[in-house]
Design a protein around this ligand. Sequence first.
Ligand SMILES: *[C@@H]1O[C@H](CO)[C@@H](O)[C@H](O)[C@H]1NC(C)=O
Ligand SMILES: *[C@@H]1O[C@H](CO)[C@@H](O)[C@H](O)[C@H]1NC(C)=O
Ligand SMILES: *[C@@H]1O[C@H](CO)[C@@H](O)[C@H](O)[C@H]1NC(C)=O
Ligand SMILES: *[C@@H]1O[C@H](CO)[C@@H](O)[C@H](O)[C@H]1NC(C)=O
Ligand SMILES: *[C@@H]1O[C@H](CO)[C@@H](O)[C@H](O)[C@H]1NC(C)=O
Length: 850
Amino acid sequence: MGKLFFFYSSSCCLLFFLLLCFELGSAGNVTYDARSLIVDGQRKLLISASIHYPRSVPAMWPGLVQTAKEGGVDVIETYVFWNGHEIAPSVYNFEGRFDLVKFVKTVQQAGMYCILRIGPFVAAEWNYGGVPVWLHYIPGTVFRTDNENFKFYMQRFMTYIVDLMKKEKLFASQGGPIILSQVENEYGYYEQGYGEGGKRYAQWAAKMAVAQNTGVPWIMCQQYDAPDPVIDTCNGFYCDTFKPTAPHRPKIWTENWPGWFQLFGAPNPHRPAEDVAFAVARFFQKGGTVNNYYMYHGGTNFGRTAGGPFITTSYDYEAPIDEYGLPNLPKWGHLKELHRAIKLCENLLLTSNPVNISLGHSQEADVYADASGGCAAFLANTDDKNDVTVTFRNASYHLPAWSVSILPDCKTEVYNSAKVHRPDMQNFEQVTSQASVIKMVPEDLKPSVQSSKKDSKSLNWEVFVEKAGIWGEADLVKSSLEDHVNVTKDASDYLWYTTSITVSEDELFLKQGRSPVLMIDSKGHAVHVFVNGQLQVSASGNGTVFPFKYKKPITLKAGKNEISLLGITVGLPTAGPRYEWIPAGLTSVVIKGLNNGPLDLSKNTWTYKIGLEGEKLAIYTQGGMNRVNWVATANVPKMQPLTWYKTFVDPPTGDEPVGLDMLYMGKGLAWLNGEEIGRYWPRKSPKNGKCVEQCDYRGKFMPDKCLTGCGKPTQRWYHVPRSWFKPSGNTLVIFEERGGDPTKIKFSKRRTSGVCASASEDYPSATVHLKCPEDTHISKVKFASFGTPRGACGSYQMGDCHDPNSVSAVEKECAKRNECKIQVSAQKFSSKGNCAAGKRKLAVEVICSS
Ligand SMILES: *[C@@H]1O[C@H](CO)[C@@H](O)[C@H](O)[C@H]1NC(C)=O
Ligand SMILES: *[C@@H]1O[C@H](CO)[C@@H](O)[C@H](O)[C@H]1NC(C)=O
Ligand SMILES: *[C@@H]1O[C@H](CO)[C@@H](O)[C@H](O)[C@H]1NC(C)=O
Ligand SMILES: *[C@@H]1O[C@H](CO)[C@@H](O)[C@H](O)[C@H]1NC(C)=O
Ligand SMILES: *[C@@H]1O[C@H](CO)[C@@H](O)[C@H](O)[C@H]1NC(C)=O
């Protein structure tokens, strides 16, 4: 902020300047030492949150950033998405969701810092790891190694972004919010696979970045040989034992995964809030100073931005803010309390050296004390089974298994990562982390008055059906099966492979009424087989195994038969050594059961067509809509492949976030008003998968530890941002590949229908605090039990010990209110039944209505 500073300070407007400075969330020069980042001469302990700008919409940005700030976050982190910005060599896009400058300024306006992970390789479950596909097809290019082409385009893009940020004065050294930047991403995993070239590339990338002269430090995550002054940082579920490779670098956690991503056809991973909090508390206990949640808001992979194969359109990530922008409770609240507890220790953490004390076999304290008598402590129990009571400074503390307690004064436990409730430091009231019951409330699609001239009461679908096979001119004719991506260059998910065969009337299968068998081998990701225009077989790989084989009877007739295979990619690979060469598409097509033995079609003459006609004509846009003849029909076709559906709808009522319910559709793409909702595929995960009824938070987390949703569609709802709706006449366009029932498509509104909280009487004034969303009130006490209730929010159950008056006692305090607090005291409640064992608690679930 150099120039500005001198200007204002010399013109007696210092106060005004300081106010301005504060409001704009500006920073100052950023340096570091072994302990922490130093911003404008001040040590910092930072809570950071990943929010990727193109995974939501500009209308959502201020709210997301604000919800993060309320959650105790200081910094917003984002990757920069190269293939979203440089759509062709030197052709740049910074519009709409890709308006990076606007996003960084939104962070600045909230008075927060920003970490810009430019990459430009990012992985991120984003198509092709963020690198433009066109770069792969510039001859001689090899990604992420000492390759002249790659380095040239990478440096050019990196410089473009840095210059853009400089021009807008967004680096902290210029008075802006950006305090750190990243070059490359998790390269250490693969560097050795690239040999000497890899080593040279990593060094080059670091030097190239440093030479950009941003005035703020550079980081490289998972990079064991990051050269000075670049800081190597940690990614993982736990980073407490991480040490930067040079002793003068601070301990930074760039990716703390509070959940995990999802794959079409796989169950849903769940990471309990208690374990995330444990990991974060351990990190700060052991000297960490920057913790970034990847993701804090995951959002949506709109359009074809999801990587893969098979990464879902939802990128919810079970993050503290859900895909739709609502706080994910109790995770958001539990971490907010954690951040508050850590911030109470900030000064001592940054100014004193820890002393560790063993408190037992798997229990330890780290004590941060200074000369003036200040003292903060973290008490950890890393035993993953047993709760223990430890003695620390002559007082005893109950430490549940796999938990950390935070004592900002070395006496008072203000937080324990595994406890549902804890005393508030100031007034010793027990604060509970509220949980919520979230519902997708269905609403039928409402025809828009503008839509149909004849009848505005019922929804009118108009239909355009794609031809199975080549439309327009062929793109390629070859006597071989070509790699899918080599042909499409990812201009579309779809590639038609067509050929024909002639079946003699002498074929025995015709006379015997048998069916020949089609055998296909594919490197992925999915295919629909049409014979003579009829869909006969659909097949696909999955997130575990991309390639697939398929064997199924098909119907052939005497004479000429048209074989049309619609090959499909479902997101390109995002990472891995030489990931850009991973093949896709058909490698063998054989028909068995003919008189002359197996007929291998792999060397037939294949005619190729890239994409769909409707895509090419952009019939999902206002401008392209009338390029085909839509057929309006009272009986809309169901279970029909290759069908485009279009209708005009009003927005759903209210202002809750909206998801499109595609449970009864097959697979395809969807748009609203030309905006790309993305790929839909309500593909079910296997019924016999390893799902759990209840998740034990204790012990090391892995993505397959607490799976849910076995036998159910991985993704049923598809986020449609509210800002995409007009007051009326919204065009909803669906392309269905395989067959579905569009009459069952609905909007669903994401609503907090109820809230829960619980507290036990083991603190002197335990209080259950319930708060419904704004403009709603508590309309019903769905569950209340003082005694030994079990289960979690949404599925509480009475235990052996229960006060039959629990519901009425809660109703008295809460009915018709937006918010209420109930003290858990034996005077208010009595208990009946078998109440001998353990402490009693009060668990409540209420319904919120407007
Ligand atoms: C950052 O440091 C440079 C060089 O010492 C100085 O010119 C500039 O004013 C500083 N910027 C801020 C915002 O303090
Ligand atoms: C305590 O700190 C010492 C010195 O840093 C270290 O060697 C030891 O492993 C630590 N103990 C624990 C339990 O972390
Ligand atoms: C703990 O108690 C002992 C004995 O009463 C006393 O000497 C010591 O100072 C106490 N320690 C602390 C930290 O209060
Ligand atoms: C994926 O496909 C492979 C091969 O067909 C199969 O063995 C595996 O069980 C499948 N995985 C899932 C999660 O369906
Ligand atoms: C794709 O094309 C490249 C040449 O651009 C070739 O080297 C590569 O082998 C092809 N991939 C496959 C799977 O055929």
